[in-house]
Design a protein around this ligand. Structure first.
Ligand SMILES: Nc1ncnc2c1ncn2[C@@H]1O[C@H](COP(=O)(O)OP(=O)(O)OP(=O)(O)O)[C@@H](O)[C@H]1O
Ligand SMILES: [Mg+2]
Length: 229
């Protein structure tokens, strides 16, 4: 029997839904609208692995500058500065690199991974990361290049996408490339309360859960609950 290695995601409640974790080198897209928890989820993906699994990570941010990212994540007990000082993480502000072109931005990420011997990569968000590239051909080509390179290196990757889910499906490129699609969704209950739910839409090679799960924002970050409601 082939025993495959599973790497815990670092998100409480998620691993039991996906056979104990991701497969090393998986490329996962985290889709979700505004304020659904994409950045908190991404930080937990990096933080818990860097601290407890000896998996250093590169976190590339476009959506929030590094200072506010650090401040916001400290609210959830995640000290990203401490990780940086221990060389367990490297934070990159992609906004600063704007205008340098997609391939040189990719180069920056790969060099950062090399520098800290990174095992995980987050890009928050892919939407912003790709915004600079106009040509469809380039874009598709680049996605495949990123995918193949990271997979070869065994780097487990999470990228967020904030645009409308229908728009993502329109291009189809990310969904085609990604090994996994996780989805965060806001919805309004009968009591007119806004809540967030989580769904594993796809995960290659994994017998995954197919139900919606409620999401709780706790002092330690997000927790995926066993039920939905
Ligand atoms: N201290 C807190 N306690 C509980 N919930 C919080 C706290 N801080 C933030 N939140 C919740 O987390 C949400 C923001 O999470 P996050 O920044 O990860 O979302 P996002 O999907 O990355 O948003 P954006 O699309 O703006 O980048 C807020 O909308 C709020 O509901
Ligand atoms: Mg965000």
């Amino acid at each position: 029997m082939i025993t495959e290695e599973r790497v815990p995601t670092g998100i409480p409640g998620l691993d039991p839904l996906i056979e104990g974790g991701l497969q090393r080198g998986d490329f996962v897209l985290l889709l979700g609208g505004m304020g659904t928890g994409k950045t908190i989820f991404s930080s937990q993906f990096v933080y818990n692995a860097a601290l407890n699994l000896n998996e250093p990570a590169v976190f590339a941010t476009f959506e929030e500058d590094i200072k506010s990212l650090k401040r916001n994540m400290l609210n959830f007990g995640m000290d990203l500065s401490m990780l940086e000082s221990k060389k367990r993480a490297k934070l990159i502000d992609l906004d600063v690199l704007e205008g340098r072109g997609l391939s040189s931005n990719i180069q920056v990420l790969l060099e950062a991974l090399d520098e800290i011997k990174g095992r995980r990569l987050v890009v928050d968000s892919l939407t912003a990361f790709l915004a600079g590239t106009g040509e469809k051909f380039d874009y598709t080509f680049m996605m495949h290049l990123i995918y193949k390179t990271l997979k070869r290196e065994g780097i487990t990757t999470l990228m967020t996408a904030s645009r409308q889910i229908s728009k993502v499906q329109e291009t189809g490129v990310e969904e085609f490339v990604a090994d996994g699609i996780f989805q965060l969704e806001s919805y309004v209950t009968d009591q007119m309360e806004m809540k967030t739910r989580f769904l594993v839409k796809k995960l290659r090679g994994t017998e995954h859960d197919r139900k919606y799960h409620s999401l709780a924002f706790t002092p330690n970050g997000l927790t995926i609950l066993a039920f939905s409601g």
